[in-house]
Design a protein around this ligand. Structure first.
Ligand code: NAG
Ligand code: NAG
Ligand code: NAG
Length: 342
């Protein structure tokens, strides 16, 4: 007997689903340690179960070379992610602390010249891939570097100082280290996905003979935030990603994004979208529409950045709350941004 539900599912536009309906949940163990308990409609559950029950299928975890988000931390969280049946995305910062367009410090104890770093990044990345596999949680997506618009491992790999050759060599070496012991999907990540000039500058420069080649990269990941400048519009994103896909033919994901529920003092890049849980759903589904419009079905995923980071709800912005949960840990309606219609 065919139920009405089955009929509705059969006619639903399955082709419109994103492959990666994702969240970066790196802070989860830290937040739990601070005593936070998560719930969905009042039912207390592990956060990863709340996410998967609301349509998410992929989790991103940052890994630092030392400090709070070190390898042991990432390994522990990866067990939770895999036990929940999620795709595991590991985000290597290649630094002892945050790496972003303004910070890419060489880890303490690492070499400080290109020859030494090329060898170090190979063996470090190789060890990372081996370590996750050895505990039975192999990395599905490996991100080499975080928001590396101006390179990584500064100043050696700093594009504005030394051009593209060092960063191209370093990324090639990192990827070859990974592929020597595993077969993760390789993702390269930069910030400001809406900014075609910046995106084209990076991807137009980073590939070169004898170093990083386009064939070593599977996915191009971009950050896209509404509160760091009013040019981060959906229409700029649309044209930037369309150009990117047309020029390089690679899969594209929005590897970081979020939207506020409170933001009194910032002009957001899409001021007509409400500052609320509803707005979080609108922003995300508008990004989904951009991705699904890209040529060759190459728009593949959206990652909500740190939806449950209670205690740091501003998430690095001037908007005080960007979470998909309330301050007490109960899921907002926007937790379902990745329900089946995504
Ligand atoms: C580069 O760094 C390595 C490792 O720290 C060191 O052994 C080597 O001597 C350095 N090479 C040069 C040319 O400074
Ligand atoms: C925003 O875009 C406009 C129009 O393209 C440009 O003139 C302006 O310089 C941009 N602002 C920033 C901060 O990028
Ligand atoms: C917004 O600006 C007002 C006036 O400067 C200030 O009193 C308030 O604390 C600000 N709110 C936030 C959340 O930054």
């Amino acid at each position: 007997m065919i139920s009405l539900f089955a009929i509705i599912c059969a006619i639903a536009p399955a082709a419109l689903a994103l492959t990666y309906r994702a969240a970066d949940i790196s802070s989860l163990l830290v937040v739990e340690e601070a005593g936070v308990v998560y719930s969905d409609n009042g039912n207390i559950l592990p956060f990863e179960d709340i996410l998967t029950q609301n349509g998410m299928n992929t989790a991103r975890i940052r890994v630092w070379t030392a400090g709070q988000y070190d390898l042991d931390y990432g390994l522990a969280l990866a067990k939770r992610v895999k036990a929940a049946g999620m795709t595991l995305h590991i985000d290597l910062h290649y630094s002892d602390t945050w790496a972003d367009p303004g910070h890419q410090a060489i880890p303490s104890g690492w070499p400080t010249n290109l020859t030494g770093l090329t060898s170090e990044i190979y063996s470090y990345t190789q060890n990372i891939v081996q370590s996750f596999a050895a505990q039975g949680t192999p990395i599905d997506i490996l991100q080499v570097g975080n928001e590396i618009n101006n390179g990584l491992l500064w100043p050696v790999g700093e594009i504005s100082v030394n051009g593209f050759a060092p960063v191209s060599q370093l990324l090639h070496s990192a990827i070859q280290g990974a592929l020597s012991v595993g077969s993760p999907t390789i993702l390269i990540h930069i910030a400001n996905g809406w900014d075609w000039a910046g995106v084209e500058y990076f991807f137009g420069g980073v590939f070169m003979p004898g170093a990083l080649s386009l064939s070593e990269v599977d996915i191009m990941g971009l950050s896209f935030y509404p509160f760091y400048g009013t040019n981060a519009t959906l229409s700029n994103l649309q044209s930037s990603l369309t150009n990117l896909v047309n020029e390089f033919g690679k899969e594209v994901v929005i590897a970081e994004t979020d939207w506020p529920v409170t933001c009194p003092n910032v002009t957001l890049s899409e001021p007509t979208i409400p500052v609320s849980a509803i707005g979080q759903e609108v922003w995300t589904s508008d990004i989904r529409d951009v991705l699904l419009s890209l040529p060759g079905s190459l728009g593949q995923g959206i990652y909500y950045w740190e939806p449950g980071w209670i205690g740091n709800a501003a998430l690095g912005s001037s908007c005080p709350d960007n979470l998909l949960v309330s301050p007490s840990g109960d899921a907002r309606p926007s937790i379902a941004i990745f329900e089946t219609d995504m």
